[in-house]
Design a binder for this molecule. Sequence first.
Ligand code: NAD
Length: 262
Amino acid sequence: MDLQLTGKTALVLAASKGLGKACALALAAEGADVIIGAREQTNLDAAAKHIAALGKGRVRAIRVDVTDAASVAAMIDTAAAEFGKIDILVNNAGGPPFGKFESFDDAAWQSAFELTLLSTVRFSRLVVPHMRPTGSGRIINITSLSTKTYLPGSVLSTSLRLGVVGMAKMLANELGPDNITVNNVAPGSILTDRLRHSMTSTAPGAPSFEEQLAEHAKGIPLGRIGKPEELAALVAFLASPLAGYITGATIPVDGGAIKATV
Ligand code: NAD
């Protein structure tokens, strides 16, 4: 299937590794020009090199901290000036820490708000004026399965990502007349550094990393942890003209892990 992404310009955030990088790779493999952002230059450059090796569209790496308003605005200005338009925005960032409700003070909530919700608000608000003149647009937010089902210890992530889901629903309505779609992709357990650090115990005597993953996978109907490219494939489809009638949706990529029936 040709996803018709050649000539499209995609901005992908937190793309130096993990899910963001996989999304950038998938979009580039389909011919899109990609602008990737993350905080750390060395990893960002390595990701850009990897994407450029596909030999498809243009690749540009721009350092950005998604929690920093000036840095966000500068990235979008640079992208728009160099590429002339933005067709696709993949909102993504590192996840907030896990822990119990009573372990988080106001400062922790404020940081999580800026990382998870406000970054998505800012990028979307600043990118829309560069999408509108093209007659279409795609905003895709990487959220979490915690927006669909109970995930222990995820109070920061769940609370703020439900804000992202609410914002996406509002935006999908407001931007429908501009042919801009807004959707959320909710990862279950996908093998990235985030999963490695958050899910595995390093306590003395704890089972090996592989054993812990295998145990976790038993609770997933497909019986395994997902691969970043399996989530990225959905993102590439949602970014494409073929997904033009899907908006306001939150779609899990979770191997069937959600227990709810609706
Ligand atoms: P990851 O830790 O592998 O990668 C995170 C990326 O975010 C890195 O490139 C890092 O440099 C970047 N980043 C972090 N803070 C940033 C900031 N302030 N500005 C710019 N870049 C920043 O994580 P991942 O697994 O790829 O997860 C991506 C998102 O998906 C996270 O929000 C995570 O919580 C969520 N998620 C992941 C899973 C999973 O199984 N991997 C499950 C549920 C939700």
